[in-house]
Design a protein around this ligand. Structure first.
Ligand SMILES: *Cc1c(COP(=O)(O)O)cnc(C)c1O
Length: 408
């Protein structure tokens, strides 16, 4: 315990106070489980915010990474390296997008995080407009969205609480309510180059685009000569069942951004754009020192291999349906859950009282790691290796915790 409190104190002293950290110190993980320094076991329904897609300490990913670490760690994007092209080709193949002319369906740019993928996509949209829609630079995003913390991504993130202290933000971002087609129609002008949406808003509290809305947005973007860019940073890599959430909707974007689940917890991001859009970037337009480095590419290739070999998309569908059924039953039984939302293993519930933080704190005490979004939403993002019995074990703790926090 002394080690733990000393560590907490050191953290409070030397790390910037940008996070309200939870009172647990994990030292080891395995699959859906985490272990603290006393050897206590926890069920992890956060997975490093949807990043650890194939589970903690996956041996195939660990072996791929350590093999590459001993061969070559970094040479920059000035050179070809092992794995980068193979990963790009794999991502394009996973999209299933139609090929364009003689070229591939899409091309990929690698960066290091979700926010960098947003920044790159924003730059790409402006670059596309310079060639295809002169004078257009504005991007429409949805209220409650989350696209990252760097300044342009933050300007795209339509949440005043995250933006206000940092104004002025880069200009050119318009915000509309999600699932309101008329508002979007009104917001698109001759100056608009792109609409940028999460298929399911994650950090905002698991708010899905209605399927009819997303289809209508696609048509509207085509009519108005505007790019449709989807932020799949949280929804990508089989989180919702399909490789990317837009496939479940049957809507193909022009540009998609990826990160979180791509390399099982190692930091990597990517922009995937259909070829004629991707080709608006020319040498010198965009870059990254670390992006698409050999170790990250090895990790991502191993992660994708695991996701596919273990059928984790199908698992996300089955186990996700079981999770939503269990939450719906608990909602009926307690009257304390007002809504169950989400697809696959990206699920959120709204509580009828603002006790979400108390629920997640108690659940942690009882060995279940959950995430609250604001005061009244709880989000479930387990590793995709999560099983029905993991869900059942979590549900026992959740229902007991709800009862404790909020006695009948
Ligand atoms: C987490 C997230 C981001 C930002 O990713 P970082 O890697 O934290 O920069 C962007 N968009 C969405 C949808 C996210 O969930």
């Amino acid at each position: 315990m002394t080690g733990f409190s000393a560590g907490v104190e050191l953290d409070a002293t030397y790390h910037m106070h940008t996070y309200a950290r939870k009172p647990a110190r994990f030292v080891r993980g395995m699959g859906v489980r985490l272990f603290d320094e006393d050897g206590r076991e926890y069920l992890d329904f956060v997975s490093g915010i949807g990043a650890v897609s194939v589970g903690h300490a996956d041996t195939a990913v660990a072996e791929a990474v350590s093999r590459q670490m001993q061969l070559l760690v970094h040479v920059s994007n000035l050179f070809y390296v092992e794995g980068r092209a193979e990963l790009a080709a794999t991502l394009v193949e996973m999209t299933g997008w139609p090929v364009e002319g003689d070229g591939p369906a899409a091309r990929v740019f690698f960066c290091n995080s979700g926010t960098e993928a947003s920044e790159g996509a924003i730059k790409l949209a402006r670059r596309w407009a310079a060639a295809n829609k002169p004078g257009a630079f504005r991007i429409v995003t949805a209220e409650g969205s989350f696209h990252g913390r760097t300044l342009a991504a933050l300007a795209a993130t339509a949440q005043a609480s995250k933006q206000d202290a940092f104004r002025p933000l880069p200009e050119g971002f318009d915000h509309v309510p999600l699932n309101d087609l008329e508002a979007l129609e009104a917001a698109i002008t001759s100056e608009t180059c792109a609409v940028f949406l999460e298929p399911i808003q994650g950090e905002g509290g698991v708010w899905p685009c209605d399927p009819e809305y997303l289809h209508a947005v696609r048509r509207l973007c085509d009519e108005r000569n505007v790019l449709l860019m989807l932020d799949e940073v949280q929804t990508g890599f089989y989180r919702t069942g399909t490789a990317f959430a837009h496939q479940g909707y049957g809507v193909t974007p022009d540009v998609m951004t990826l990160a979180k689940g791509i390399a099982n917890g190692l930091p990597m991001g990517a922009i995937v754009a259909r070829t004629s859009v991707a080709d608006c970037f020319i040498p010198g337009d965009h870059g990254s020192t670390f992006g698409g480095g050999p170790v990250l590419c090895a990790a991502a290739l191993a992660t994708i291999d695991r996701l596919r070999a273990k059928g984790l998309g199908a698992n996300a569908v089955t186990v996700g349906a079981h999770l939503r059924d269990a939450l719906t039953a608990l909602a009926r039984q307690t009257g304390r859950i007002t809504e169950v939302r989400g697809t696959g293993l990206m699920v959120g519930i709204s509580l009828s009282e603002p006790v979400a933080a108390a629920v997640t704190a108690r659940a942690l005490d009882r060995g279940v790691v959950l995430n609250n979004v604001g005061d009244s939403i709880i989000r479930f993002l387990p590793p995709l290796v999560c099983t029905v019995s993991d869900v059942d074990a979590m549900m026992v703790v959740l229902s007991e915790t709800l009862e404790e926090v909020w006695p009948t």
